[in-house]
Design a protein around this ligand. Structure first.
Ligand code: MG
Length: 391
């Protein structure tokens, strides 16, 4: 199966708040509005790649908002939202695109509070339909007004939903629908991607959205969203475990430090089991899948890679979600090499890598009393527990 790509549409010029900066780059909880959605999609275990569609004039603001996140390069949008989405889709098609895009999630950059559960519901619904959108059933009674502001009629509410984003589609179908709509006489009246799909006759499913997933349109919306960041933070815990086998060599990498030994650890990268366990613990704490999803062993880029690349990637994802790492505890399981003589150096190196004080990083070692694969000195295991604080 091909990839699921998130297209975050942020090319609008909306400056309704009177300032010079488009609203998707204003501050929300200490980070630009756009960064929230970028980070949530980048960390989602069902999303393989994220691309933003931006206005060329906003490149500098975008680079700040996207700093250190694992994203595809942004592409320039067009004069209307629909043009921007079409240009984003075109950038994922054809031979110049490096990814085989199979499904696409289109999301408004001005909806920073989208949650991972909503994204998951849209992705899963695409197993059963070529399109699916997040939406909420209407609870309020609907009135149709006269031009003078008097009620002309009460509108039947049953079966009515409010459309949100993300809106997900099978890639080939929605690309064709957007191409067709761009030349269509009704094209300019289509206000979301589901409407483009409907025009093309594609069935689109409704899945439950989230009332918090508001679109920042007014300053009141921004204040409402910001209140969420006044809430007390919560603690989360992630765990990671990894094993590598011994093979010929003269040293092992642990926590980014090379320790002399009469064997080396075998693996696609530098086989640093401790850093692999820490990476998985960090990803686990934010529900971002595992190291193999972010760094497939099949990818030649990671052959012989230094594993601190993996850790730093996970740290960026954690921080991008507004979380901070509180502590890390690593246990290394082996008979040999002896870890104790290297402990202070390992802790120092890992604490620098994570930006943590020395006393927030723990490295312990144990043997298995001669039992099992570690006891037979066939390999080395490591487990890690990470705590984070998140808003
Ligand atoms: Mg590993």
């Amino acid at each position: 199966m091909g990839s699921c790509v998130a297209l975050i549409v942020a090319a609008g010029r909306g400056r309704r708040f009177g300032g010079e900066m488009p609203k998707q780059y204003l501050d929300l909880g200490g980070r630009p509005v756009l960064r929230h959605a970028l980070a949530t999609f980048a960390a989602h275990p069902g999303v393989d790649a994220v691309r933003a569609v931006i206005h060329p004039d906003d490149r500098e603001a975008y680079d700040t908002a996207a700093a250190d996140l694992p994203l595809l390069a942004p592409v320039a949008g067009g004069p209307s939202r629909q043009d921007s989405v079409r240009l984003g889709l075109e950038s994922l098609a054809g031979e110049e695109s490096s990814i085989a895009c199979d499904r696409v999630l289109i999301h408004d950059g001005a909806r920073p509070l989208v949650d991972a559960g909503t994204i998951t519901r849209v992705i899963l619904a695409l197993d059963h339909a070529p399109g699916a959108i997040a939406a909420l059933p209407l609870n309020d009674t609907l009135k149709r007004a006269t031009p003078e502001g008097t009620i002309a009629a009460t509108v039947e509410r049953a079966g009515l939903w409010r459309a949100q984003t993300p809106q997900g589609f099978h890639f080939t179908e929605i690309l064709a629908a957007h191409r067709a709509a761009s030349g269509h006489e009704l094209g300019h009246e289509l206000t979301d991607d589901a409407a483009v799909a409907e025009l093309a006759g594609l069935p689109v499913r409704l899945v439950a959205g989230n009332a918090d997933n508001i679109k920042i349109t007014t300053i009141t919306d921004l204040h409402r969203a910001a209140r969420r960041y006044d809430a007390p933070s919560e603690m989360r815990v992630g765990s990671g475990f990894d094993v590598h086998a011994f093979g010929p060599g003269d040293g092992v990498w642990l926590c980014g430090i090379r320790i002399p030994h009469d064997h080396s650890l075998m693996g696609h990268s530098d086989a640093d089991v401790a850093l692999h366990a820490v990476t998985d613990a960090l990803l686990g704490a934010i529900g971002a899948g595992d190291i193999g999803r972010h760094f497939p062993p099949s990818d030649p880029r990671w052959k012989g890679a230094s594993s601190d690349v993996f850790v730093r990637h996970a740290v960026h994802l954690v921080r991008a979600l507004g979380a901070e790492i509180v502590s890390v505890d690593v246990t290394i399981v082996c008979e040999r090499p002896r870890i104790a003589p290297h402990r202070l150096v390992l802790i120092t190196h890992l604490s620098e890598m994570l930006g943590l004080a020395f006393d927030r990083v723990s490295i312990k070692a144990t043997t298995t009393e001669g039992l099992g694969f570690t006891g037979r000195r066939e390999g080395l295991a490591a487990q890690a527990t990470v705590t984070i604080r998140i808003k």
